[in-house]
Design a protein around this ligand. Structure first.
Ligand SMILES: Cc1ncc(COP(=O)(O)O)c(C=O)c1O
Ligand SMILES: [Zn+2]
Length: 389
């Protein structure tokens, strides 16, 4: 059984927030959204004096084991449903089948509310509680809405969730079950985002849109800390991540940079791979062509989380790809569906379409020789198949 987060007595080392473009500082002691100086996300910066892994509270089997490098100042404000510290396991049959030395799976479907969104929303809602926020609104492709609803229920914060109407019933119903006010719209998450902004302006609700507040990223960052710890500080060669708004990709990389500055990891960092659906792949266009094509016409995807037509943190995602010598690629809807079945039949694990996309990306990258047979490859499964019904 996991221990409650409140068992820990450590203190946050957060120093400030800074503009991810020009470095202008913003206070972490007042409510912040994004860096209005450059219209980009804010980054939390920390005092990182640790030189060994002693700062980790190993008594906690949750993401809160890393509390000194997380932004919550007073642990009584932590709103936890025991998120994080999810398992990594080796996919032996699939690696033998493909001829890749080692394929590993970080299974974030094992989080509360069945997706990795629990990390970001646990952190975002905890900071909201700490800063006295009483009402929140979120545009979502599905999973983030459920997670916000659950953490707001626990924190007694009023939640409004705006979701595309075509989303699976389970993803809608969980928001209602947690007591959120659910609004359904025709369109994709960008349409929902516009409504979130007007609701925030009209009602004073805090807008939790991806990367438009600084703390969901800090929750997602714990994925990177866990990967480093679970791989015994020797990181895999390649990490494949299914990106929509990009919080997980940027968060994992932020964790690695923090760990490097503490000398806790050494050597070459993993190449970061960003995978999207060919129905909606702004980041792949930006990575490959430097701009969105004139014919850009983003569509919905069975991988709801990947249908983010205009992400806010494009520069930060491109920086991760550039700094890590990574790559961006698409998979088709059919490939994702095939991937779900192949992984289920070989490994007994049913991944979300987003998770299955990472496996199909690995196959393609082996063919193109970006992945070498000797590589150690980590796939990130971000959600549970069971929610997509
Ligand atoms: C299951 C799943 N995978 C991936 C994503 C994309 O996440 P991010 O915004 O961190 O890129 C989402 C977002 O909704 C999701 O629900
Ligand atoms: Zn700036």
């Amino acid at each position: 059984m996991k221990n409650p987060a409140s068992a820990s007595m450590t203190i946050s080392g957060i120093r400030s927030l800074e503009c991810s473009n020009c470095g202008k500082l913003y206070s972490h002691e007042t409510i912040q959204t994004f860096a209005t100086c450059c219209n980009v996300p804010l980054n939390a910066i920390y005092d990182l004096p640790f030189r060994d892994a002693q700062f980790i509270n190993t008594a906690l089997q949750t993401m809160w084991r890393y509390q000194p490098v997380l932004p919550v100042l007073n642990e009584t404000n932590i709103v936890s449903l025991e998120e994080g510290f999810t398992p990594v396991s080796q996919l032996n049959k699939l690696s033998m089948h493909l001829g890749i030395h080692e394929i590993w799976l970080k299974d974030d479907a094992k989080n509360p509310t069945g997706s990795f969104k629990a990390r970001g929303l646990s952190m975002g809602v905890s900071k909201a509680k700490e800063l006295g926020i009483k009402k929140m609104v979120i545009p979502t492709a599905g999973n983030a809405g459920g997670a916000l609803s659950a953490y707001c229920a626990k924190a007694e914060i009023e939640a409004t969730v705006i979701m595309p109407r075509h989303t699976a019933e389970t993803l809608k119903e969980e928001c209602r079950m947690y007591g959120a006010n659910l609004i359904l719209l025709d369109g994709l998450i960008d349409t929902c985002g516009k409504m979130a902004r007007s609701i925030a302006a009209e009602t004073g609700a805090f807008d939790m849109s991806t990367m438009k507040e600084p703390y969901r990223l800090e929750g997602k960052k714990t994925l990177g800390y866990e990967i480093a710890e679970q791989f015994n500080w020797l990181l895999p060669d390649i990490i494949i991540y299914p990106a929509g708004g990009g919080t997980g990709l940027i968060g994992i990389w932020k964790a690695f940079k923090e760990l490097l500055s503490m000398n806790l990891i050494k050597g070459i960092l993993p190449k970061m791979v960003l995978v999207q659906s060919d129905q909606c792949s702004p980041m792949v266009h930006l990575f490959q062509e430097g701009k969105l094509p004139d014919s850009y016409a983003p569509q919905s995807s069975a991988a709801y989380g990947l249908a983010v037509p205009y992400p806010f943190a494009t520069q930060m995602m491109l920086t991760v790809l550039r700094e890590s010598n990574g790559i961006a690629l698409t998979v088709s809807e059919k490939e994702m569906e095939d991937g779900i079945q192949q992984i289920a039949k070989a490994e007994g694990q049913l991944l979300s379409p987003e998770g299955a996309a990472t496996f199909m990306a690995a196959k393609k990258l082996l063919q193109s020789q970006f992945i070498k047979e000797a590589d150690k490859v980590l796939l990130v499964n971000t959600g549970s198949w069971y929610k997509y019904r």
